[in-house]
Design a protein around this ligand. Structure first.
Ligand SMILES: Cc1ncc(COP(=O)(O)O)c(C=O)c1O
Length: 404
């Protein structure tokens, strides 16, 4: 028994003997506590699907060897076997023909954008970004002195129209496979137009392909980098969705002519991606375990999307939920009737009070929002949770009590 006489009586009553089993149980409970995932959180994966056994085995195997490479000075581009594994994965999954020299391991999007903004662009440059789009990219670019010009997204992706002819922009950051957050695919004519523009102007298309593995129907268009013959595409990938966001590992594939510039820049800036998980991840990819994990989670996520679509009957008259061919969330537009009563931001606040995180689409616009919707993440939650959450959301939106 561990007691302290300084503790008041009411606390003493609940002090219990601390055993290793209790300590472990508490540690597990705390670990669950520190994951703040609530239903419909956008971008959430299901942490319980993480391949713990294979991962633990690979971490032990790669760290048991007393390799000087692991604890010595790291190549600024990352662990070579991981870079090779990434290039092979990209050849198989995205048709990209690159070698490991072009691959830089990053700690995620902010790291990737920093490297790209410093080495492919210059402070004072301006680039096109999608509207609505991923705020973290706009934020990182602006912080680095690269200004952004938002371009509206329609059913064919970023609507560049004929503005490229007069554009002073030096490139474009976009999500061509599955526009984030609306989910459209950049059409082939627009892809070719953008590629032709950057080839003529020596600019760059930065292709953010962070969750393209999660496609449930139809064949994806090839990655823009795979059809670029002029070396004007920079490809950005991430392990946050296909494995875990807590690893903080992603990568950039550079056109060959940028390799030297990035090699000179990274040691000056300092490295961000730790090596701890890189050897295990390399083996996880090479063994085929990652491909298997993606196929397994893709099947589950497809079922979860179906469950959410079925449960969205609860939301009839409130939200119009559009099925998606790919991705990890659905766009649920506020019906005209609900729009008369509230904005998407108000709807999201009401949902939050009911324990639901449904991001308002208006948050993803740099300028005036042109569409009012909630984004409903489905990948991270089992079918029963999605059903319950849809019912809670319906109650929160139906309520006429303004405090709900
Ligand atoms: C558009 C977009 N790109 C990239 C990422 C991945 O970011 P990171 O690799 O920093 O986790 C996300 C994550 O939600 C995203 O929404």
């Amino acid at each position: 028994m561990f007691v302290s006489s300084a503790l008041p009586d009411h606390v003493l009553k609940v002090v219990v003997k601390e055993t290793p089993a209790r300590r472990n149980a508490q540690l597990r409970a705390d670990a669950i506590e520190s994951s703040t995932q609530l239903p419909f959180q956008i971008g959430a994966i299901d942490p319980s699907l993480f391949p713990h056994a294979a991962w633990a085995r690979l971490m032990a195997k790669t760290w048991r060897k007393q390799s000087r490479a692991l604890t010595g000075v790291l190549d600024p581009f990352g662990w070579i076997p991981l870079r090779r594994a990434i290039s092979e994965h990209l050849a198989e999954w995205r048709g990209i023909d690159c070698n490991e020299q072009q691959v830089v391991v990053t700690s995620g999007t902010a790291d990737a954008v920093d490297t790209i903004a410093r080495c492919a662009f210059r402070p004072g440059d301006s680039v096109f970004v999608e509207e609505p789009g991923y705020g973290a990219i706009r934020f990182a670019l602006s912080k680095l002195g690269v200004s952004v010009k938002p371009v509206a997204v329609d059913a064919e992706g970023m609507d560049i129209g004929d503005q490229l002819e007069r554009a002073k922009e030096r490139g474009a950051f976009l999500t061509p496979s599955r526009q984030f957050p609306l989910g459209t695919t950049l059409s082939l004519p627009r892809r070719l137009k953008l590629l032709d523009w950057v080839a003529r102007t020596h600019g760059y298309v930065v292709e953010d392909d962070f969750d393209s593995e999660y496609r449930y129907r139809g064949t994806p268009l090839p990655a823009m980098m795979s059809v670029d013959r002029q070396d004007r595409v920079i490809y950005v990938g991430s392990f946050s969705k296909i494995l875990s966001p807590s690893l903080r590992l992603g990568f950039v594939v550079l056109p060959r002519h940028l390799i030297d510039e990035v090699r000179a820049y990274l040691p000056k800036r300092g490295l961000m991606a730790g090596v701890t998980a890189q050897p295990a991840l390399a083996e996880f990819i090479q063994s085929g375990d990652l491909a298997q994990h993606i196929r397994r989670t893709r099947r589950l996520y497809a079922r979860r999307q179906q469950a959410l679509i079925a449960a969205s009957a609860e939301l009839d008259g409130l939200l119009t939920v559009t099925p998606a061919d790919a991705g990890m969330h659905l766009v649920a537009d506020l019906t005209p009737r609900l729009r008369r009563r509230m904005t998407d931001a108000t709807a999201a606040r009401r949902a939050k009070r009911a324990g639901i995180v449904a991001s308002p689409l208006s948050n993803y616009f740099a300028g005036q929002p042109r569409r009012s919707a909630l984004l409903l993440g489905f990948a991270g939650f089992d079918e029963a949770t999605l059903g319950r959450a849809a019912r809670c959301l319906a109650d929160a939106l139906k309520s006429v009590d303004p405090k709900v």
